[in-house]
Design a protein around this ligand. Structure first.
Ligand SMILES: Nc1nc2c(ncn2[C@@H]2O[C@H](COP(=O)(O)OP(=O)(O)OP(=O)(O)O)[C@@H](O)[C@H]2O)c(=O)[nH]1
Ligand SMILES: [Zn+2]
Length: 306
């Protein structure tokens, strides 16, 4: 049988089989990603092949289908173990607010870099539209100009008042969507608006112990009534910045990458090199100063997560 892993506890996996039934499954054998030690070889979003154990509703997973992408979390210590948080994501949605609390451009850029590096298409959802003053709407327009120009779709909603929720419903239909954003932006409210029958606050248990030990982490995907899934896990809520080689960082800023083809040196860091097309584009206003500042900040290893 084949199915989709919709919940993972580390040792048990809940699999939604293609016949519509759910089965609790365990893993037989070893699943390893080359060069990566992981605490959990299979994650939500994985498609797996499994067999039912005789006379039971429990299954044994014996094969994982190739992934199109996956996101991981490194252990905080140096054990080099990583935890796969989710696989086969169709979209990463960053929930952003301009007030109470205000999401910084630096935080947005870090998220977008990470999503690019993981090869997950990202969109921005500006929440709490009901709170926007005239000034707030002007800032919204500035933010949207920056990101829409680079090719990121932006949406504006109010999870609380239900404004534009149907647009988001349509956007996520038939996709596996990861919802991220920092605390207080309204992720739970948005997810509850999208999944009216579920109260997310129940059942959140998780953590990754900083001893590098596997604990009772779990991630879960919620099925949308119209088709598709939302991935929610406390561990994924702030999609962290993954290790990116400095030389590669420019690849994950779409507009910098595009412009860098015109730099005089093909190993240009876009910092102070002569003939740097990126610097020229920043000076001419073609690349947003804030984006360039985020690039520099990540390049120099400054952690400005909020
Ligand atoms: N005015 C307004 N308030 C909202 C909206 N969405 C959420 N809130 C409020 O913002 C606060 C935080 O919302 P949550 O949904 O708990 O935010 P969260 O992102 O899940 O936060 P964490 O659980 O800390 O990660 C709550 O008081 C919500 O009622 C909105 O669209 N408009
Ligand atoms: Zn350059």
């Amino acid at each position: 049988m084949q199915g989709l892993v919709i919940k993972s506890t580390g040792s048990w996996y809940s699999v939604l089989a293609d016949n519509g039934e759910r089965y609790d499954c365990r893993i037989v054998g070893k699943f390893r990603i080359k060069g990566l030690k992981t605490t959990n070889p299979i994650a939500v979003g994985d498609r797996v092949k499994f067999d039912l154990e005789r006379d039971s509703n429990q299954g044994l997973i014996h094969e994982m289908l190739p992934r199109k992408n996956y996101i991981i979390r490194k252990s905080i210590n140096l054990s080099k173990q990583a935890q796969i948080l989710a696989a086969n994501l169709d979209m990463a949605m960053l929930v952003v607010t301009l007030a109470s609390p205000r999401t910084s451009l630096g935080f947005i850029d870090r998220f977008l870099v990470t999503a690019e590096a993981y090869d997950v298409p990202a969109v921005l959802v500006f929440n709490k539209l009901d709170l926007f003053s005239k000034e707030g709407l002007e800032i919204l327009q500035e933010f949207k100009d920056i990101y829409e120009n680079i090719g990121y779709a932006c949406y504006e909603v109010s999870a609380l008042k239900g404004i534009n929720i149907p647009i988001i419903q349509e956007l996520i239909t038939d996709k596996i969507t990861l919802i991220s954003g920092h605390s207080g932006v309204g992720k739970s409210s948005l997810i509850n608006a999208l999944l009216p029958d579920r109260d997310l606050r129940t059942g959140e248990v998780s953590d990754w112990s900083d001893k590098g030990q596997h604990t009772t982490t779990f991630a879960e995907m919620f099925e949308l009534p119209q088709g598709g899934f939302i991935v929610d896990s406390p561990g994924i809520r702030e999609l962290g910045v993954i290790d990116i080689e400095k030389e590669e960082l420019g690849h994950f800023f779409r507009e910098i990458f595009k412009t860098s083809h015109n730099c005089r040196f093909n190993n240009c860091r876009h910092i102070n090199e002569p003939g740097c097309a990126v610097l020229a584009a920043v000076n001419e206003g073609e690349i947003a100063v804030s984006r360039y500042e985020s690039y520099l900040s990540i390049y120099h290893g400054n952690d400005t997560r909020h």
